[in-house]
Design a protein around this ligand. Structure first.
Ligand code: HEC
Length: 125
């Protein structure tokens, strides 16, 4: 009987967590962050490199400076938001939510963007 009670309470707590974390399909907003370039390199080499090194499927390669200049003009916050939410219908291709890194934090993604801009030789506000 005690076990059953624990199970019921446990399920209730899990259910609550699930509902409170769900958040629906709202667009998430980028917060003001400070880039950690070292961490950005780690994240880039783990995930983003798959598309952004050579420019797979419309992704900008790190050597394609004109593309990065075009991106940088949008500003850091916009770029960060694009990575967080993905680019479902881009001018060049499709990027999945979080650049397909589901276990990357917002900070990780911000760092990766900052690292990539730096490698491409451009800077964004
Ligand atoms: C599966 C391939 C793929 C992966 C992995 C990927 N990207 Fe992308 N990314 C793209 C494509 C394609 C675009 C171009 C979308 C467009 O504008 O048409 C893009 C665009 C971008 C942009 C520009 C967004 C804008 O507003 O113009 C940024 C910044 C970016 N990626 C960063 C990242 C970061 C950081 C990672 C790793 C966490 C990552 N990407 C992983 C394919 C990828």
């Amino acid at each position: 009987m005690k076990k059953l009670m624990l199970l019921i309470v446990g399920t209730a707590i899990l259910g609550f967590l699930f509902v409170s974390c769900g958040g629906g399909s709202q667009q998430k907003e980028s917060k003001s962050l400070t880039a950690d370039i070292e961490n950005g390199k780690v994240i880039y080499e783990k995930v983003c490199i798959a598309c952004h090194m050579t420019g797979v499927a419309g992704a900008a390669s790190l050597t394609d400076k004109p593309r990065w200049e075009e991106m940088a003009a949008k500003g850091m916050k916009t770029l960060h938001n694009s990575v967080i939410n993905g680019v479902p219908e881009g001018k060049y291709g499709v990027m999945l939510e979080r650049g397909s890194c589901i276990d990357c934090s917002d900070q990780d993604l911000y760092d990766a963007v900052a690292y990539m801009l730096k490698e491409a030789g451009v800077s964004a506000k």
